[in-house]
Design a protein around this ligand. Structure first.
Ligand code: NAD
Length: 526
């Protein structure tokens, strides 16, 4: 761990730097230029940036041992995630660092709208005393409508529940139970729009959420309604918002984000019933401190060989699923190593089926990546890891599919890998009890450990063949430690799996293949 080097290329909170000092050599150069970065990046294992430093493909390609690019914050527009993935480099950010901060800003805007604080402030500073003009509304007893109940949306709910509001939530991707836990009720968007006094959006900007709130939605809202957007510009259509506000169709709005940033000559500037802030919802020193501490810890995790929490280019497992899946890592690796050595020519397709208990886990993809890593690493010069395994397979035209089956052929769990390659198809099935075990090879039942050297011979099930093979191995000084045979029918094709004490060279394989009634012979080192 001492030999790890971290470059802090943008200014981050001191607490994050302190966090790293016991785990790595930390170089802070927050004014580093692109040219300098290109020269030095090869020496670093991790780089921490905010938004100033652009981690482009060119920088990534100049990096020799970079393992992680960390963004001390949320937006990662300055990082070429595709290039990082191809090179097996993790990209992490700290999305949770700003949740409370953004939620507080949202609540601030809502209070300011309800009590007209910002325009009252302006009026007093202009020497006026317009008490009647600034008659406000209480939040107590009103209905809050939250669109998107993720990290920020749920923080807004808990805060505004404390103001005595009833909370409705529109989020098709969460359960009623999750909403009920924080005292909110899930409704459809129409119900939310018709019944809320205060609405706030906390969804990502996606094709689905672009202009989610436009004229038809404003038409459903109450006359007294407020709406706030501290999420992303474009979720509320500004043109339609202007229309609704300027005709007093709704009571007020608050925006921290815009369709164009900074907004230029927006008609919204002329309105008194809108509060505009310059994309500062996430800007507090606490959020910056937390972002720095979070990413420093993510970097340390990667150095310790543990899985970070907020990886943007690798499946992330929650701790519970991670514990479920972890015992199968070794099985996936061993099956990958096995199948690669039995493959016949260029690999075209790999199908992985998770059976029995394994099929019930929420995510198995990490196991497929483990297996792919073993399949691809020995044949490629570029290192293949859990981050880039899928993208490298795809780049090489290998189709990878995953399936699930509740039946595990009498076992509690089973992983089946089928590989289609130019010279034919092969398959292997394995289970995990205390150690990984192979239980089926090309449809033949076996029971073999996944350690050491193995010779797999396909032959015609006739008397004397086993002896011939044993003699041939003996001639080459190869000792058989264990032998198993599997067959589908008497006198048909059979498979013999020999555990041997010595490496079986190509010459021996050639001689075995010359024996009459021997169809195939493959040596596998596990
Ligand atoms: P999150 O991923 O934790 O939550 C987003 C929620 O939206 C999820 O629960 C998801 O199920 C829901 N959702 C997705 N599509 C939806 C749809 N079509 N309809 C309804 N719900 C949908 O995200 P978060 O961290 O809470 O961030 C929320 C938003 O705030 C994002 O747009 C983020 O970019 C933005 N944000 C803004 C600032 C700022 O400075 N103003 C800072 C941080 C985050």
């Amino acid at each position: 761990m001492d030999s790890m080097k971290v470059l802090i290329a943008d200014s981050i909170n001191e607490k994050g730097i302190d966090e790293l000092k016991d785990a790595a050599e930390v170089v802070v150069n927050t004014s580093i230029t692109k040219e300098e970065l290109l020269k030095v990046i090869k020496d670093f294992d991790a780089i921490i940036v905010r938004s100033r430093t652009k981690v482009t493909r060119e920088i990534i390609e100049a990096a020799d041992k970079l393992k992680i690019i960390a963004r001390a914050g949320v937006g990662v527009d300055n990082i070429d995630i595709g290039a990082a993935t191809e090179h097996g480099i993790m990209v992490v950010n700290a999305p949770e660092s700003t949740s409370v901060t953004v939620a507080e800003h949202t609540v601030g805007i809502i209070l300011s709208l309800a009590r007209k604080i910002s325009i009252a402030d302006k009026s007093v500073k202009e020497g006026k005393w317009e008490k009647k003009k600034f008659m406000g509304l209480e939040l107590n007893g009103k209905t809050l409508g939250v669109i998107g109940m993720g990290r920020i949306g749920s923080q807004v709910v808990t805060r505004l529940k404390a103001f005595g509001m009833e909370a409705l939530v529109y989020d098709p991707y969460i359960t009623e139970e999750a909403a009920a836990e924080i005292g909110a009720t899930i409704v459809d968007l129409e119900t939310l729009l018709k019944n809320s006094d205060v609405m706030t959006v906390h969804v990502p900007l996606t094709p689905e959420t672009k202009y989610l709130i436009s004229k038809p939605q404003f038409d459903l809202m109450k006359e007294n309604a407020f709406i706030v957007n501290c999420a992303r510009g474009g979720i509320i259509k500004e043109e339609d918002l202007y229309e609704a506000l300027s005709t007093n169709q709704i009571r007020g709005a608050g925006l921290d984000v815009y369709e164009e940033e900074p907004p230029k000559n927006s008609p919204l500037f002329e309105l008194d019933n809108v509060i505009l802030t310059p994309h500062i919802a996430a800007s507090t020193s606490e959020a910056q401190r937390d972002a720095a501490i979070i990413v420093a810890n993510e970097v340390k995790k990667v150095f310790r060989g543990e899985a970070p929490k907020n990886v943007l280019n690798m499946p992330v497992l929650d701790p519970e699923t991670f514990q479920q899946v972890k015992p199968y890592f070794k099985l996936a690796e061993k099956l990958g190593t096995f199948i690669l050595q039995t493959a016949k020519g260029n690999i075209k397709e790999i199908n992985v089926t998770y059976c029995g208990d394994l099929s019930k886990f929420r995510k198995q993809e990490i196991l497929t990546r483990m297996m792919l890593k073993e399949v691809l690493n020995p044949v490629l010069t570029e290192p293949v890891n859990l981050v880039n395994a899928n993208s490298i397979a795809k780049k090489r035209g290998i189709i990878v599919t995953e399936g699930k089956r509740s039946d595990a052929e009498g076992f509690k769990n089973l992983v089946k890998i089928e590989m289609k390659s130019e010279g034919g198809d092969v398959s292997v099935e394995g289970i995990f009890t205390r150690e990984p075990k192979i239980v089926m090879i090309n449809g033949y039942k076996v029971d073999v450990e996944t350690e050491g050297t193995m010779l797999i011979v396909n032959y015609k099930d006739l008397p004397g063949i086993i002896g011939l093979i044993g003699t041939k191995l003996g001639e080459h000084g190869i000792n058989i430690a264990k032998m198993q045979v599997g067959r589908k029918e008497l006198g048909g094709e059979a498979v013999m799996v020999l555990k041997v004490d010595q490496i079986v060279g190509k010459e021996v394989i050639k001689e075995l293949l010359k024996l009459e009634n021997v169809y195939d012979a493959v040596a596998v080192n596990l």
